[in-house]
Design a protein around this ligand. Structure first.
Ligand SMILES: [Zn+2]
Length: 220
C-alpha cells in the first residue's frame, strides 16, 4: 500500500508544507532559528547573530532604569530580545510590521529588533533612528501592559495610551517637536506624528494628576 498516496501527500506538497511550517514554527518561537549568540544581559535574555558589542550591557541597564521609573515595572520579568541585522530574520519575524524599529507579539514570546548599531545605542527604521535602550524600554512596556491587562484588556487599550505610555517611559519619540512642526508646516503626514502626539497626551494626563492605572483603564 502506498501510504503517501493514501494520505494525499506527494513530494511537491511535502516541500510546500515544509516551506510553510518551518517559518511558521520560527515565527511562533524565534529561538528555533539558528542564532550565532545567546546570553544574558541584566534582566534580558538576548539572541543575536554575533556576540553583541560590550556597550549593550550599559544600554540594557539604561532600559531597566527607564522602566524602573514606571509603577507597572516588574523586576522579576525576564524579557527575551532578538537582535537582528534587519535582514531575513527581521523580515521573517516582523512580517507586515517590517517598517518598525521593533516588534513585540505574545506569539513571538519576546521582542524582535530591527537593524541596530549597539556601539552607538541606535536602531534604524524607515530612514529614522532611535536609541536601542529607548526602543527596548518601549517594547518592554508593551509586555508589562499585557501582563497588567491580560490579552483582551491589552487589545482593547486605546492605541494612544498603548504607544504614548511606551514612549513616555522611553522618554523619546521618533520625531522631535521641531520635526513634527516642520512636517505639519509642509502639510506632510507621517505615522510617527501620532506617536509623538500620544506621548505628549499621556505626559499631559499624568502631569494633571491622572495615575498610570487610571490611564490604563481608558476606553477611548
Ligand atoms: Zn509600541
Amino acid at each position: 500500500m502506498n501510504w503517501r498516496r493514501l494520505l494525499g501527500f506527494d513530494r511537491r506538497s511535502l516541500i510546500a508544507l515544509a516551506l510553510i511550517a518551518v517559518p511558521a514554527a520560527a515565527v511562533a518561537k524565534p529561538s528555533l532559528l539558528s542564532w550565532g549568540w545567546h546570553g544574558q544581559f541584566g534582566r534580558y535574555d538576548v539572541y543575536a547573530d554575533v556576540p553583541p558589542a560590550p556597550q549593550l550591557q550599559a544600554e540594557l541597564a539604561r532600559s531597566s532604569t527607564l522602566l524602573g521609573a514606571s509603577p507597572i515595572d516588574d523586576r522579576a520579568l525576564r524579557p527575551t530580545l532578538y537582535l537582528t541585522d534587519g535582514g531575513w530574520r527581521w523580515h521573517l519575524l516582523a512580517l507586515t510590521n517590517d517598517r518598525a524599529f521593533a516588534v513585540t507579539r505574545p506569539m513571538l514570546g519576546g521582542t524582535v529588533v530591527n537593524r541596530s548599531d549597539i556601539a552607538s545605542d541606535t536602531v534604524f527604521a524607515r530612514g529614522y533612528r532611535r536609541t536601542l535602550s529607548g526602543v527596548v524600554a518601549h517594547e518592554t512596556v508593551h509586555v508589562l501592559q499585557r501582563e497588567r491587562l491580560g490579552l483582551v484588556g491589552f487589545a482593547r487599550l486605546p492605541t494612544w495610551v498603548k504607544e504614548g505610555y511606551a514612549d513616555y517611559v522611553a522618554r523619546e519619540s521618533t520625531l522631535s517637536d521641531a520635526d513634527v512642526a516642520r512636517l505639519r508646516a509642509q502639510g506632510r503626514d507621517d505615522p510617527a506624528i501620532f506617536y509623538h502626539d500620544a506621548r505628549l497626551r499621556v505626559s499631559d494626563a499624568l502631569t494633571h494628576g491622572e495615575t498610570v492605572d487610571q490611564l490604563l483603564r481608558s476606553t477611548s
